[in-house]
Every structure is written in C-alpha cells, then in structure tokens.
Design a protein around this ligand. Sequence first.
Ligand SMILES: [Zn+2]
Length: 284
Amino acid sequence: MQPVIDIHIHIMPLHMIKPPALELIKRGRKNFAEIERYSSEPKAFLSLLDGLGVERAGLINYVSPDVIGFTPEVNDWIVKYCSVAPDRLLAFGSVLPGTVSDPGKEVDRIVKLGIRGFKLHPPHQLITPNSYRNGNRELAAVYARAQANGLPVMIHTGTSIFPGARNVHAQPILCDDVSVDYPDLTIILAHGGRPLWMNEAFFLVRRHKNMYMDISGIPPRNLLEYFPRIEDIADKVLWGTDWPGPGVPEIEANLKTFRSLPIREDAKRKILYDNAARLFPLRR
Ligand SMILES: [Zn+2]
C-alpha cells in the first residue's frame, strides 16, 4: 500500500483548551477518551498510524491565548511529544507577536528546539497575515526568521466555527503579500480556503513558486467540486485530515474516500506522500 503523510492532525495539549472550545471538539466525537489517550501517549498514537498506513504526521499546534487557550508553552509541549519518533511525528509550533518579548528570536529558539513547521492561525490568533505591511514589525520578524531558517509556514485559510474566531482574517488572498515579500518562504495554505475561497487558494498556489496548500478539513467526497482542476496543481497539494477537528470523520474513512476519487494515480501519490516528503525531508 502506498505510504501516506498526513500533514494536518491536531494532537494538542488538551489541558490548555478553554471550555467552550473543548466542548466543540467533544461534540459528536464518541471516542473522545481515545483522543485524550493519543494526546498523552505518543506510542499509542504511533500504533494508530501504523494500523492506518500513515508513515508520518504533522502535529499542528499554535499559540492562541484569547480564543483557544494555548500559550507559548505549546511549542515545548509538542516537541517533547514528538521526541519519541521525530522522523514520523513532525512538530508544528508557532510564535504569536505580543506573547513573547522578541518574536524573531523565539522563531530561532523553536527551530533549535525541534519545531519542523510553523503554524499561523489568523482567525484564532486575531492577526491578519499581511499586517506587517501596516506596521506589525514583529510579524515581519517572524516571517523573516522562518524564511532564513527554511521553516515552512502553514497558514490557516477558510472559515472557523470556534467561539470567538474572527473570519475576516481567514481569506487566502491576504497571503498573496506574504509570498511577494518573502519569496523563498514555503507557505502552505491550510484547508485551501474552504468553503468560501477555493478560487483564491487555487490562484495563489499557481501564482507563487513556494505556495502550497493542504486539503485537510475538506470532506474528500466534495474535493473535486471544490477543486475541479486539482490535477493541475498536484505538485503543490498536501494530504491532511484535520482530525480530530469538529465534523472531521475518522482518518481511515477520509483516506478511503480520497483513494476512490477519479483523480490520476500519479497525482494521488504526489498528494498523499511525495510533496510532503519533499518539504519535510528525513533528518539523517
Ligand atoms: Zn487544523
């Protein structure tokens, strides 16, 4: 069976999450106790991945003190979690301007610590991706240090229904500036702008050499409706599920539906594995 890299899974410090946000995650998730176990036992989570044929997973974490409850300590938490198998578990972390004294330096610190990908979550962090153009110098420092460190930056695009999320920051087109100003920065538009702005994401991925997207959070059965020309950008699309986010089916069902879609086999292989393997090479 073709190996898989799921670049967008939420293994997070559940103890930090504010009650209304946790309620939304729990709702409709009969197996929440299992999710609690996976979130505290990396070895149990690795055996789940083994059973599903998932070779590697990007574990998404970000600082969001006001909306979700995550403090800058998420970075240290996820690196420690991933240290059991750093080649298979890719730690994603973040630096939010205003929460540390020197955000540029903090980027350097988390890279040294073992963070493999950077996550910006504008609607949960209440930050506009291109606000460095209006004076947010700390955000400019974050992008500059991420670019200098070769740290890929995943930016959430598309709506969020978490209490307190502000979707005005969630439009993919706001990331156009970032690729113009930081052309060597690898950017992954999470969720391809779903469900409102897929055309913007498709345009940006084609326009910018280092702009990619993941298809997490998009029900695979709707994927071709959302991205009818996905084969045209097959070199720039990454597989992800967003599990166990609200409304996301189990990883296995997601994979099965994706594999059954009428998409060329070589495009499926690139999306499921090759593109992510290239962006996140093994460290030997
Ligand atoms: Zn997510």
